[in-house]
Design a binder for this molecule. Structure first.
Ligand code: NAD
Ligand code: UDP
Length: 338
């Protein structure tokens, strides 16, 4: 099966590439490299022994999409391309809606032209906003988003639902990721954010390596067991395998229409638990200070992971220890290159 992966040169995309290639699928990457480098694709080749097909192009560029579909005729699309920084989206809402929403519309238009009806979409637990109950199941209310990034994911899901309702052949699986962390066990691919990281795990990695002095823990007075924020962290290789499971599910009966599926472990981990786990896995100290709560943050968020098991036959398998040790191996590799 030929699969177009938009955003395939990025953090999650490169891990999906490895899993797809190792399963014998033929992925075609379309990425404008706004947050990625071709080096990552060369390292995917080092891991898999196969060179990924790569097209440099933007999903908002209809002509580039047409050329990609003409040349490769993909039977499914993994749609990962998008801008993803919550804070930046508040400052640049138009850029976020243009890139994420308009880009998706262009992609759907091209899929329709080329008779391609299967899409796996990178959605996010952020579509649930501040959940009323935990764990969060897929039928929980969505749309209470608090920033343009989250709203762009919510709007895209709505567009995909409408598209699936109008096209009887359409198969759409929106994967609502919880908190992807870690790296491939080879240590050759991972997340390497530009500038100061926003997310917890890359920040901890840089404190452990000594390139940042200390972690600010945003609030220790939440209604959680130790007062710090609780999230559902999942290993990026598990996440990538979830994409493969979604593609395989589309070959099975009753896959038509729109399906939302949580990808998480179902376990909530606090910031302090994560700091301790990282210290144990890396053997490095992670000094921290308690800082005020970060505006917009919620206390707790973790998945009800049962639907992923029932519908996709997927469940997260990696431990917190391997999330940390694989992230640490990648951090050391990433810093050795600079
Ligand atoms: P990433 O930034 O590493 O990867 C996104 C890729 O898309 C990058 O390679 C970038 O160059 C490319 N891209 C962006 N805009 C493009 C455009 N207009 N045309 C072509 N390529 C474009 O991010 P990631 O962490 O790998 O995330 C992948 C997807 O998963 C994103 O849609 C993101 O919103 C979503 N997601 C990520 C997380 C997370 O914590 N990493 C959580 C939930 C959802
Ligand atoms: N967090 C923190 N310090 C940081 C970054 C994050 O204490 O430098 C906390 C944040 O308040 C939240 C958790 O870590 O409770 C996960 O934050 P992240 O931004 O990684 O994910 P999200 O909040 O988007 O789920």
């Amino acid at each position: 099966m030929k699969v177009l992966i938009t955003g395939g040169a990025g953090y999650i995309g490169t891990h999906c590439l490895v899993e797809l290639m190792q399963a014998g699928l033929v992925p075609v990457v379309l990425d404008n490299l706004c947050n990625a480098s071709p080096d990552a694709l060369a390292r995917v080749e080092q891991i898999t022994g196969q060179q990924p097909i790569f097209i440099e192009g933007d999903i908002r560029d209809h002509r580039a999409l047409e050329l990609a579909f003409q040349a490769h005729r993909p039977s499914a699309v993994l749609h990962l391309a998008g801008l993803k920084s919550v804070g930046e989206s508040v400052d640049k809402p138009l850029e976020y809606y243009d890139n994420n929403v308009v880009g998706t519309l262009q992609l759907l238009r091209t899929m329709r032209e080329f008779d391609c009806h299967r899409m796996v979409f990178s959605s996010s637990a952020t579509v649930y906003g501040d959940p009323a109950t935990l764990p969060i199941a897929e039928d929980a209310p969505t749309g209470g988003t608090t920033n343009p990034y989250g709203t762009s994911k919510y709007v895209i899901e709505r567009i995909l639902q409408d598209w699936a309702a109008a096209d009887s052949e359409a198969q759409v699986i929106a994967l609502r990721y919880f908190n992807p962390v870690g790296a491939h066990a080879s240590g050759l691919i991972g997340e390497d954010p530009q500038g100061l990281p926003n997310n917890l795990m890359p920040f901890i990695q840089r404190v452990a390596s000594g390139s940042l002095e200390r972690l600010n823990i945003f609030g220790d007075d939440y209604d959680t067991p130790d007062g710090t924020g609780v999230r559902d962290y999942l290993h990026v290789v598990d996440l990538a395998q979830g994409h493969l499971a979604a593609l395989q599910r589309m070959e099975q009966p009753e896959a038509e229409g729109f399906h939302a599926v949580n990808l998480g472990t179902g376990n909530g981990i606090s910031v302090l638990q994560m700091v301790k786990a990282f210290e144990a896995a890396s053997g490095q100290a992670v000094p921290y200070s308690i800082a005020p709560r970060r505006p917009g943050d919620i206390a707790s968020c973790f998945a009800d992971a049962r639907h992923a098991q029932e519908f996709l036959g997927w469940q997260a398998r990696h431990t917190l220890e391997s999330m940390c040790s694989d992230a640490w191996r990648w951090q050391q590799f990433a810093e050795s290159r600079t």
